[in-house]
Design a protein around this ligand. Structure first.
Ligand code: ATP
Length: 220
């Protein structure tokens, strides 16, 4: 099935629900946006395929909207936990194949899991994890041009390079490139040998032609 033929519904049009609607719509899918609140539905109607006012804790409303025909329904009701839980229950009982739900905390998430939510999102926690991973993934700590086309750089070992040997790094042995030092915690080693094993968080200090370093760092 093409993405454009997929049908998504988003229930609850707070900041989170609205940005889900916007992204789905921008990706070319069909989106139905639902909320109890008329103003929020009006705001959503300008970006999505269709906006409707409905209370999704009601079995009748869910049946009338034929939500069970949708490929995926997102419950983005945050502050009203009762409504979030009840809506999820009603959707699952109506036979909606895939119900994604936003949870406020781990207790909310646990209940949602028990009643059959297919995927649970905890925006603050999930975003915190992603940001921390991005921070850990920062491979180049320092890149210092020294003049005459030579540069010095410090590379942090991430998950991808873990357990490799220094000699397996892309720039090792490249013309004009020298490994000046190797740091693990507070210990620093000058001119480390190629068979040095790498661990997450190790720092490798390298000097060499700027162009070589830039191209080799890309493939790290
Ligand atoms: P955020 O703005 O960060 O996403 P939030 O999830 O707490 O926070 P709210 O402002 O609580 O967002 O928005 C939830 C929306 O869900 C509100 O617009 C509310 O009207 C709507 N809502 C609550 N209960 C129902 C329900 N039973 N059916 C449909 N919409 C509902």
């Amino acid at each position: 099935m093409k993405l454009a033929d997929k049908q998504f519904a988003v229930i609850g049009l707070g900041r989170f629900g609205m940005s889900v609607c916007q992204e789905l719509q921008d990706s070319g899918t069909q989106v139905l946006a639902i909320d109890l609140n008329e103003e929020r539905v009006q705001a959503a109607a300008s970006i999505v395929t269709q906006g409707l006012i409905a209370n999704c804790t009601s079995e009748e409303a869910v049946a009338e909207l034929k939500l069970s025909d949708y490929d995926m329904v997102m419950v983005a009701i945050g502050s009203d936990i009762n409504s979030s839980i009840l809506t999820t229950l009603v959707l699952k009982e109506a036979g909606v194949k895939s119900v994604w739900v936003k949870a406020n905390d781990k207790f909310h998430a646990k209940i949602l899991q028990k009643i059959g939510a297919d995927h649970i999102i905890m925006p603050e926690r999930d975003m915190g994890i992603r940001v921390a991973r991005k921070m850990l993934d920062r491979r180049v700590l320092e890149f210092q041009p020294l003049g005459s086309g030579i540069a010095m750089t410090e590379i942090v070992v991430g998950a991808k390079l873990m357990t490799k040997q220094l000699s397996e790094l892309s720039f090792y042995g490249a013309e004009g490139v020298q490994i000046l030092g190797f740091k693990r915690g507070s210990s620093v080693q000058a001119s480390p040998s190629g068979d040095q094993r790498l661990e997450i968080g190790d720092v490798v200090i390298v000097v060499g032609p700027e162009a070589t370093l830039v191209s080799k760092l890309k493939s790290l």
